[in-house]
Design a protein around this ligand. Sequence first.
Ligand SMILES: [Zn+2]
Length: 441
Amino acid sequence: MFTFFRLVFFTLFVLVNLEAGSYKQNISKYNEARKNYAVIIGKNNKHKEIKYLKKLIYYGTKLKKNVSRYKKELKRLDKNSIITVPVKRKAPKSKYSIKSVIQSDNQITIMFNKNITKKDIRYFTKKGKGNFQYIFDINGRFKDAKPTILIINDIDRVKIVQYRFKTLRISIINKYRLKPIYIIGNKKIIIRVKSIKKRKKKVVYIPSISTKIKRKTIVIDAGHGGKDVGAVGSFRRYEKTVTLNIGKYLYRILKQNGYSVYLTRSRDKYVSLRYRTKLANRKNADMFISIHANAAPKSKVRTGRGIETYFLSPARSARAKRVAAKENKGDMGSMGWSSQSAFLTVLNQGKITASNKMAIDIQKNMLYSLRQRYGAKTIRDGGVREGPFWVLVGAQMPSVLIEVGYISHPSEGKRIYTSKYQKLISKAISNGIDSYFLKNQ
Ligand SMILES: [Zn+2]
């Protein structure tokens, strides 16, 4: 008889890594089952006895209690019973981390906190759907390896992800065949792609790996506010509302990413242009970003659309002049236009160059993210432009002004008023900021 029982010994499946529920909950379920079992035992109700025994075994196992006598009893009552107990595996301790990801035109360098040897790397190629994949599997579990996609000049996509429990995967994905070479150095791997046919695509960096960037201070300026409503679209859509929402979303994202962040306004109130940059100067900010929404003149309401990023410079195209005039209207400061012009001519050239670079990174990332979501045709590239924006004049740090879309356009105006769009563009702006600081430290 004994061997027979052994053969049909009930099976206990211990599944790994399933949600185990909270400890408190398990305890109370266990105690409840024990109480119920005690009441029912000896009352000749086999069905209920089995039910409570199963519960006792289930929760008891989770609580690491000795449930062998319950198992024995269950086996006696129902020799075919099978019980599945999910057991929470202890969170893995990973001492490895990615320190930084540095990218240039045809090369990426990933720095680790541990030495990587040849033994740690498995390299192979794969043919994907309409693309070629070059895959580097690296042994180890890395703390900061959240899925990351990089888009760099000569390569369509670079994906970095903790692929398996103990495997970090770097995939280089390209439409055309590549010839990657890799060098393993002191705590790093450098992957270089032999220069291939130059394409127009430029550097876009979408990091989610915590990169070692010195804590930077950013002042976000939500344009307009209070009595100054900014541009007005149909259905009384106010620019000041869009700018405040995006400003707040951006604030949250940048904070999470480790920046020190300030908002020129966090509610619907009037703030003078002068105060906005004053705050940035007082906080010794590394970057000043003014958020706005555009509007077209009445006759062009149906055609005026797109995203533009401006940086301050004395140059004045007709378009820049029009947008600047609109944005400057809220508060001209105490300087008249002629003294402003004089001020503009003595602008610091280094600051203009930095602002220009920053504008390029932000514009690219906004276009990239929004087009992924809404389609390339829907999102028009208004370009990076220079213009005499008064709100940027007083800032002593690189500064840009973003026009997140046209509030006057029938469909675009509606879209930029949605939180979906506002969140997406905020994330894209933060990616642009990361990208800028990564390249210009
Ligand atoms: Zn504005």
